[in-house]
Ligand binder design. Structure first.
Ligand code: SAH
Ligand code: SF4
Ligand code: F3S
Length: 472
């Protein structure tokens, strides 16, 4: 068997590198200052990782970075399409940029990411946001230098949003702003087509990076001293399906667990339909893999799960969560849930509530259903009024907040290994840290601890966080 997905050739990547050199030379000649770029990121960690590559390419083109849109020569909005609210925020930000463009007509404004990949968005930007110079989707991110060159050399607007099953570009330049936490994509795209979700339409088909490239990335990050490495994919459990050799995600985890260094490995997201016992056993066995599982359940009703095209039932989800806790008694289990899917009844919402009470997640990301044009669910009758959905949502939040508070209270009096990751701005607890399970800890202690694994005695807790002091 050979690889079924497209990997961009070294020659094509070398061509982009040559263009980066040309742009750097061009800007050095035409500007009287160091070119400045602003990259604003919306959406999930995949977009954060993509923005790090965009910044890497910008740096190769001679750019330094700024937070001030008025001073930026290039502005890039890397967008998310997962809910309507995400898109509204981007339109708001784009609108505000008419002022900076008016003050500096040479400013180049770019819109990229998942929202930009949709033709309805590109058409709206073409017609109503005329100050936007460059629109491109995730499939051509690796060709950003070529697209930007077109804007500079041809002085016209550039749109590149052709549909594509997607590709893999290895070795793109990267800027990592954080020194302790890093993201490593292991696969891209999604084949699941959950009926509410836009991601498969804008991110293309599932494709896995070669194991050797991932191993090299993690080895390099560990050697540089990164302490918290998250493997990314819309559904990491599909890792390897398009690769020769029959390697799966559990095998990948086992291989990465063998990398030298003191670091936590975590991953997101796992789809319950193919989160296997083999994977959970591998998690339990691998010392570096943090016992933290993000396993979105989306609904507690088997009827709604079927309408969502999720491929598992309530009972199957419960059995999986049960098995995970059996093999990892200290597992931190988190999840995503959608309230108010079209046609969901009050009784079905009650099933979601009862699942939440039964599983007792450590934390829950709760969303009200948002219709995404082009997805099957957006065509379904949706009779429940928004106010009613809001009432359900508030009730769910109340139930989960009580559970989170109880779970956090159980940490009080224990000692936890934590990764100190920054300052908190609160004089009583000047440091912030995370447990292996990703729980936020506000800490008393000295700034010199930032970036290190330490032991914390937990003294207090609330719904959202733990509080404590360093003991080593
Ligand atoms: N690939 C991940 C999720 C990506 S989107 C997975 O399968 O788990 C993150 C979360 O956004 C989803 O888990 C879902 O809960 C939520 N979401 C996706 N589409 C949505 C929509 N149309 N309305 C509301 N929430 C949505
Ligand atoms: Fe969307 Fe479902 Fe794919 Fe997750 S698994 S990205 S929710 S289609
Ligand atoms: Fe949003 Fe795209 Fe991620 S739609 S959630 S940024 S994959």
């Amino acid at each position: 068997m050979t690889r079924q997905t497209t990997v961009i050739s070294p020659e094509a990547l070398a061509r982009q590198r040559k263009i980066m050199d040309e742009i750097r030379a061009h800007l050095a000649q035409t500007l009287d200052h160091t070119p400045l770029a602003l990259v604003d990121t919306f959406g999930c960690q995949q977009n954060v990782a993509d923005s790090q590559n965009l910044m890497g390419m910008l740096r190769e083109m001679g750019f330094a970075f700024t937070d001030d849109p008025a001073r930026a020569d290039v502005i890039v909005l890397n967008t998310c399409a997962v809910r309507e609210h995400a898109e509204k925020r981007v339109y708001g930000n784009l609108g505000a940029l008419t002022h900076t463009k008016k003050a500096n007509p040479a400013q180049v404004i770019c819109l990229c990411g998942c929202m930009a990949q949709q033709s309805r968005v590109a058409e709206k930007v073409r017609a109503s946001y005329r100050h936007v110079d460059l629109v491109f989707g995730p499939h051509v991110l690796w060709r950003f230098p070529e697209l930007l060159k077109k804007v500079y050399w041809e002085h016209g607007r550039v749109f590149s949003i052709d549909d594509s099953p997607g590709c893999i570009a290895e070795g793109l330049p990267i800027v990592r702003e954080d020194r302790t936490k890093a993201w490593v994509s292991v696969m891209y795209g999604c084949n699941n087509f959950c009926s509410y979700c836009i991601v498969p339409y804008v991110r293309g088909r599932e494709r896995s990076r070669d194991r050797e490239h991932i191993l090299a990335d993690v080895t390099a990050l560990a050697a540089e001293g990164y302490k918290d490495i998250t493997l990314l994919g819309q559904n990491v459990n599909s890792y390897g399906k398009d690769l020769p050799g029959g390697v799966d995600f559990a095998d990948l985890l086992a291989a990465l667990d063998g990398v030298d260094g003191d670091f936590w490995l975590r991953f997101m997201t796992s789809h319950p339909k193919d989160a296997s016992h083999k994977l959970l056993d591998a998690m339990a066995r691998c010392g570096k893999v943090a016992e933290h599982l993000h396993l979105p359940f989306q609904s507690g009703s088997s009827r709604v799960l079927r309408a969502m095209n999720r491929g598992y039932t309530r009972e199957e989800y419960l059995a999986l969560a049960d098995y995970a806790r059996r093999v990892m008694p200290d597992l931190v289990l988190t999840s995503d849930v959608i309230v108010g899917f079209p046609g969901e009844t009050e009784a079905e919402f009650e099933e979601t509530l009862s699942l939440v009470k039964e599983v007792e997640f450590d934390a829950l990301f709760t969303f009200i259903y948002s219709p995404r044009p082009g997805t099957p669910a957006a065509e379904l009758p949706d009779p429940v009024p928004r106010a009613e959905k809001q009432r359900w949502f508030d009730e769910l939040l109340r139930v989960q907040n009580d559970i989170s508070a109880q779970k956090h209270a159980a940490y009080v009096g224990t000692a936890q290994r934590v990764l100190v990751d920054g300052e908190s701005g609160d004089a009583r607890w000047p440091l912030s840290a995370r447990t292996a399970g990703g729980r936020l800890v506000h800490l008393a202690g000295d700034k010199s601890a930032i970036g290190a694994f330490r032991t914390a005695q937990i003294t207090d807790s609330n719904t959202w966080a733990l509080f404590g002091r360093l003991t080593d």
